[in-house]
Design a protein around this ligand. Structure first.
Ligand code: SAH
Length: 464
């Protein structure tokens, strides 16, 4: 049966797409339906049919899913952030496990997965207020009022919102102060269509273990009028739990979707905040990547340490090391750790972090992992050998040139930290053609209420 546009069909939702839409099947054809949950039985009107899939609009709910819950946030339906808030947390975790399982099976071609994958997912006891970083777009509504909040799903329309249930509670105090400041001092806000206007975004970072807070205004310009007034107002917000220690500007004059520009200027206080994972202290500057859910990062890194199975004599490589968080976390259990990262500022942070923690058995390199590591390997000096390699690439996964160098370096174990199960599975399939096999995998929920899915896999060299 071919699906016909505008016709209504009954469907049961069985899965969730990357944008949080429900997915059901009609005669084997996948149909994506917004605002549905796994377990819903509904009538949907088909709005678009392509060769491989279709889209439908929810017309009538026949039997609501038993996994549906009332979202905590009033904006959950429109906001692009928490696309799973209407689904019970236990079910969210189950969905993520099956997502990783499905990718490893279909794309990774791993067949004894039931024995390999850890169950259940490492989830949070309280999956709210976990984020340590928030980026709020700033703009104006049709009447010219200042609005600060979040982008609606798949758009750049700003939903005005002072509170966010997954953000830190200090955000809810900072945003109204900035909104009042922009309104009272009549400061312009950035307009994406014209490229005019000054204030683009507010970035807030919190060190959850130290209580240190950074507020950073992203400007389409070099100066903020009445900056002293704003810093004084913001400093008054510090309380027993949260201390504002850094107020800065980031300059982004480009007409681009990228939130941050390359230059930061400190208006008041430090140019970084401090946070701890386990007993390692990290200093984090505005531009550096830092995991957004510190509680779960600890769980993730503990899993990395467990899979790395170090006895103190190993040479370890940490590919895509960011500010050296994993490198330093592993350093105390290894003989020597090498890290590589593309962002120069992050490597500066990594080196400083090694120093403030008194860790001397680490060395960091700036550059693309797929260029730096093959180069070091071909020269055959320090760093050309590894017992254990950790990779933690961005969503697109590891570059093929890096994977082939890894195989040549022939480490006993590769611990793969992944934020995209599809590329994880692709890379595991590549490694398995070259003498490695998947031995263990775990899903650690870093992005509760969203479809993002973090996992860690242990890939070992098969015995010859
Ligand atoms: N392991 C770190 C960071 C992981 S995020 C942590 O746990 O905090 C991925 C990192 O890879 C980012 O810091 C990004 O800047 C970096 N990156 C992206 N492409 C890269 C490449 N080709 N070579 C090296 N690093 C890269």
């Amino acid at each position: 049966m071919d699906l016909i546009k505008n016709n209504i069909y009954q469907i049961e939702i069985e899965d969730i797409g990357n944008d949080g839409s429900g997915i059901g099947h009609i005669d084997g054809m996948a149909v994506f339906v917004k605002d549905t949950a796994i377990g819903d039985v509904a009538n949907v009107r088909i709005t678009k049919v392509t060769k491989k899939l279709a889209y439908g609009h929810l017309e009538e709910m026949l039997v609501p899913s038993p996994y549906r819950v009332e979202p905590v946030c009033a904006h959950a339906k429109r906001c692009g952030g928490c696309t799973l808030q209407h689904i019970a947390y236990e079910k969210q975790l189950e969905y993520k496990w099956h997502k990783v399982y499905g990718c490893l099976k279909r794309i990774g071609r791993v067949d004894n997965l039931e024995e390999i994958m850890e169950t259940p997912v490492y989830g949070m006891e309280y999956p709210y207020h976990y984020r340590n970083k928030a980026q709020f777009p700033v703009g104006r509504d049709r009447d010219g009022n200042v609005i600060i909040g979040f982008y609606a799903t798949r758009s750049h329309d700003i939903i005005d919102s002072d509170v966010c249930p997954i953000g830190d509670s200090i955000n809810d105090k900072i945003i109204p102060v900035i909104k009042r400041f922009i309104t009272e001092k009549n400061i312009s806000t950035y307009d994406e269509t014209t490229g005019a206007g000054l204030v683009r975004h507010v970035l807030i970072r919190v060190g959850k273990t130290t209580g240190e807070v950074m507020v950073c205004l992203v400007l389409n310009g070099h100066e903020l009028p009445f900056a002293d007034y704003l810093t004084n107002e913001l400093r008054k917000l510090s309380d027993d739990e949260r201390r504002i220690v850094s107020i800065c500007l980031n300059i982004n004059m480009d007409n681009t979707n990228r939130i941050l520009g390359d230059t930061c200027v400190t208006l008041w206080g430090q140019d970084y905040i401090t946070d701890c994972i386990g007993n390692v202290r990290y200093e984090i500057s505005p531009l550096s990547f830092y995991q957004v859910n510190p509680t779960q990062t600890r769980a993730l890194y503990d899993k990395v340490l467990e899979y790395a199975d170090l006895n103190g004599n190993e040479i370890v490589w940490d590919m895509y090391c960011g500010i050296g968080t994993i490198s330093l976390f592993l350093a105390k259990s290894a003989k020597q750790v090498y890290g590589v990262e593309i962002v120069p500022d992050a490597i500066e942070d990594a080196r400083r972090n090694a120093e403030i923690n008194g860790i001397s058995n680490v060395d960091f390199f700036v550059g693309k992992a797929e260029e730096v590591v093959p180069d070091i390997y071909s020269k055959g000096g320090d760093g050309a050998y590894a017992d254990v390699v950790v990779v933690d690439p961005p969503r697109k996964g590891c570059d093929a040139a890096l994977l082939s160098t890894l195989v040549a370096m022939s480490p006993k174990r590769i611990v793969y930290v992944s934020c995209d199960p599809a590329t994880l599975a692709r890379d595991i399939c590549i490694l398995s053609r070259d003498g490695y096999e998947l031995e263990n995998a775990a899903v650690v929920d870093q992005f509760c209420q969203s479809t993002h899915c973090e996992s860690v896999a242990l890939v070992v060299r098969a015995v010859e």
